[in-house]
Write a protein that binds this ligand. Sequence first.
Ligand code: MSP
Length: 510
Amino acid sequence: MNTFFLTTPIYYVNSHPHLGHAYTTIVADAMTRFQRLMGRDAIFITGTDEHGDKIVQAAEKAGQEVGAFSTVISAEFRALWPQLNTRPAAFIRTTDPEHKRLVQEFLHRVHAAGDIYFGEYSGHYCYGCERFYTDKELEGGLCPQHQVKPDFISEKNYFFRMSRHQEWLTRHIRDNPDFIQPERYRTEVLTLLDSGILDDLCISRPKTRLTWGIELPFDSRYVCYVWFDALLSYISAIGGVGSAGYERYWPQAQHLVAKDILKPHAIFWPTMLRAGGVPLYRRLNVHGYWLTRETKMSKSLGNIVTPLDMAARYGLDAFRYFLLREMHFGSDANFSEEGLVARLNADLANDLGNLFSRVLSMVSRYCAGAVPAPAGDTDLESALKDLALECLANFQALFDAYRFSQALESLWELVRALNKYVDSAAPWTLAKKGDAKRLGTVLYTLLECMRKTALHLWPVMPEKAEDMYRQLGLVFQADTVLLPREKESFGLLNAGLPLPAPVSLFPRVD
Ligand code: MSP
């Protein structure tokens, strides 16, 4: 089946949505739109992660009951996605009853298969990380992530026999270079696996310490560890194991995360799936951090960027474009408004916006506002068309490989070539000479290449691409357009099509 299925992390409800969350979800949306244009039945899903100590503490700090608190923040995430023009097919909350049922069924299955045991555990517990640290892992007695002293806790708990899965998992990652991407994260996971034995995973929390979680089906004195609960949301969101949604989408499952949660996705999750008798996901795609002033965004540092503010100030599509163009998928990137404005002016206002306004105003002036007919190419057109097909083929291959920045760079190679072509073919001279045939060829070639450009930009800038289509006299219909043929042939734009009066698509920002 020609399906594509992508997940974002389900975000913790202990903080408000910020640029980091927006980036991952926008990438998921852009990728899903791209796959739709490639002809696939493509969806992505998102949601919120609501159980565990961290959320309880955030609710206490806010002076609210934890359930009510989660509902409010979860609704903030849910409301944000359409405002960023991202369209998840499902929004899952880990407090949803269907999700709870799935987690309990899954725990039951793994327990029955003998992969869960009861044992004593003691260690340094960091509430921020929701995990135990060994002496070795602490830095000067402090949690390396949060720089706070963890509590020393000794208690009886349930453990998942993760260690038993080390060998086949290592082999699987070695044999499937695509399983974790980009390469550096695959290497990181392999190094981790090679560095020693995988520990068993503590998957319960006694209710004496935490009640805000899903009860273990085989011991009502305990709730489930938040990661064992959260990862399963990827399956409950599509209806649970064996459902129609599962049959349709799970075989093509891909995950999208930042590097902060590489280990749970690369190690906990595949071993859980194997233990529960569920086939592994296809691919894990890992991106870096957005930094502001060279440090990771965080509430305590006060360097949070709010996505809706940026969209309101510079336009949603310009913001989406910037995020995909600026970050090399896998590496960290710096967010600054100056950087955004610079790209907006250079790439959008100058290169793309000028191309559209120059060409459209010439068509309006010289061709009575209708698409002219082409009449035979010269070497200039042949060279331009070769370049266009090459750029579009590159764009498609790079985008498909999550290399968004390079994909857009490739598309801009075409945009810049089109601007140069305007200069060298000089339609104004042809108009003055009354060379209607050549003028028709030049302007038609430009309009057709602009249509192709707009189409390829739709995943990244849906509204602007639809505007561009309108400017070309067309109505954009995502479900009827297929990208593959666009890198092979020309001529889908019909001569004679009347065009509306040109408008400025990307005004400069000062
Ligand atoms: N709840 C877990 C995920 C469970 S998935 C089964 C969690 N939530 S989170 O709210 O902390 O979200 C982390 C994710 O948000 C990152 O993996 C990334 O997708 C996104 N980002 C949060 N801050 C980010 C940056 N500063 N930069 C890039 N992405 C960031 O972890």
